[in-house]
Design a protein around this ligand. Structure first.
Ligand SMILES: C[S@@+](CC[C@H](N)C(=O)[O-])C[C@H]1O[C@@H](n2cnc3c(N)ncnc32)[C@H](O)[C@@H]1O
Length: 290
């Protein structure tokens, strides 16, 4: 794949095989596009062109220039924030039955003070809240005083703001057991609001996995995570960007730490130096660190 500037201000050219595609570049759209896969960009930008009735990329660029809101609409689609509570049921079942119990024993043996989890592309916070629900239930069931902290970050400040508020529709709670829904959410005007008790061990902040500044969220100080969720974010990006994200996510894992990816992203890790802790769970360990 070749990429270069077109000589036309605001346009960025990508050549994929025989195909040449022109996209608005970051000087105009304010969005750094070079990391996304061409298929994903093409689909997203063509969708906005259709919706804005732009006949060509140049026309769409003039929409971006004239309408300040268009940049945000494009961003919303590019950083698509869809998520679910307990999104991959098998992942959460393996965490509950295998990973958490073995981490608990390991922590007791090594005198480790707390379980540390990073939800690194947390979107509206569903992943972080699902983990907190699971851990609270486990702690109650086993009657053990286990400390945990969840650092939940996203590149999008809007998503982080949503996540912090913790207001969800009934539909989005479809996979939350009824007893947990009653225990951890307040019903307010048809929405479900996460209770403060569930939020108290979750720290939400903005963090760009491709940023150069920090290796882990600053609130976590030193990383050292038992589990890093990096799920349903890798697939947007080209291989070199995926590698950079994975290096960042795995670089701050504790020695036997686990990295969790989305179902469609498992192949990236299966083809690299990771092994899946349980088949199809999306939970991996770095073979080289074991
Ligand atoms: C589809 S959601 C995934 C949410 C959740 N992890 C899940 O699996 O349901 C993808 C999220 O990745 C975030 N994202 C995209 N690029 C990112 C980056 N470079 N750094 C951090 N977050 C990013 C988007 O803002 C979006 O909220």
């Amino acid at each position: 794949m070749k990429e270069n500037k077109t000589g036309k201000p605001g346009l960025y050219r990508m050549t994929v095989g025989e195909k040449e595609i022109l996209f608005p570049d970051s000087s105009l759209s304010g969005i750094e596009l070079s990391g996304f896969t061409t298929d994903f960009l093409e689909k997203t930008i063509y969708q906005r062109m259709e919706e804005t009735q732009s006949g060509s990329m140049e026309e769409y660029l003039s929409v971006i220039v004239k309408d300040a809101g268009e940049e945000n609409r494009l961003k919303d689609l590019l950083y698509v924030g869809y998520s679910e509570f307990f999104r991959n049921s098998l992942t959460f079942a393996v965490l509950e039955r295998l990973i958490f119990p073995s981490l608990f024993i390991h922590h007791q043996q090594t005198n480790r003070k707390e379980l540390r989890i990073w939800s690194s592309a947390c979107a509206g916070g569903q992943e972080a809240y699902s983990l907190a629900i699971l851990l609270e239930e486990l702690i109650k069931e086993k009657k053990v005083p286990w400390n945990y902290r969840i650092f939940a970050t996203d590149k999008s400040s809007e998503q982080v703001e949503w996540a912090r508020k913790g207001v969800f529709s009934q539909q989005s709670l479809a996979k939350v057991p009824f007893s947990a829904m009653v225990q951890w959410f307040d019903k307010q005007k048809g929405s479900y609001v996460v209770k403060p008790e569930l939020k108290r061990r979750i720290d939400f902040s903005v963090f760009d996995l491709l940023g150069q500044m920090n290796s882990s969220p600053s609130a976590s100080i030193f990383g050292d995570f038992d589990i890093v969720f990096c799920s349903n974010v890798l697939f947007y990006y080209k291989p070199e960007f995926r590698t950079a994200i994975l290096e960042k996510a795995t670089g701050c894992l504790s020695k036997d730490g686990n990295i969790v990816v989305g179902d469609v992203e498992r192949s990236y890790l299966l083809n690299a130096h990771f092994h899946e802790v349980y088949p199809h769970s999306g939970i991996f360990r770095n073979k080289e660190r074991e």
